[in-house]
Design a protein. Sequence first.
Length: 305
Amino acid sequence: MPAPHEPKKRDLLAAEQQTPQLLHDFLRDIESTRHSVEVWDLLVGLGRQLDLPFIDFITASNFSELQRILFVRCSYDSRWLGHENEDPESAKWSYFRSHAARHLTPILVGLEFIDDYLHLPECRVEVLREAARRGMRAGFSVPLRVNAPPQAGMITFSGDHSKRDMLAIVKAHGWALNVAALIAHQRYVAHFATEFFDRNQISDKQRELLELIGRGLQDKQIAADLGISVSALRQRMHNLMIKTKCSNRAEIAALAMSAGMLPDPQRSKDPKAHYFLVQMDGVGVDQIEVKSAQAQSSGADTGNS
């Protein structure tokens, strides 16, 4: 029986149970999460099930500027690794910077696979040796992407395994780990964005201001909408920039967009316009107008897509 505060797990249809049980159970659980920490707990739990208890999760908020790390999360005390990465020569050879930020293929990592990777400088080899001494001899890393705004990330599952044993784990569960990492990343980042306001103690008034700036309104219009003077508005805006660490209006607008406060710019601005694009190989492109929600539902019921 689930604990009183836990949501009841839904029963899966028979058609949903054709993937490995490890995977479909994980996905069923993750779809009911409401906070990033819940996603993290499921990810760590998955790793522990496979004797891969050392989980690393890193995401850069700007794909072209890999130094702009959005967050790093680990299932272990990684302060020693932070110290090692203070050396620029060593840091640039991290698997995140040398592989995950450039490629999409999952990769086996760690000291056990050093002969299967690029030639590494001695300073980085020593990092892998220290990781092995701490129980991270081998691991499986999954590159991650979120394209709006551009982000690069990586989730790594590691454990104290020989090369042979790690290859056996990947052969048995690599596909499940890859899918789980991709979905966990999407879910975690979505929760992380909505938690921005609580994490930074953004008040309701500041959220309102953030949205108005994001919509492109000028100071006089915003001040009128809020019923305050322009000077009071600018003081409020200054406080907002300090709290959000934004340096200008453009960054505030970008923050409002990434937090989901603004409508999708690719959708029609006409609230009465309901249509979608259909592209058919060998036929061409068509734009289908949806007459009503009922008509759209009817199309879905008949299997049209």
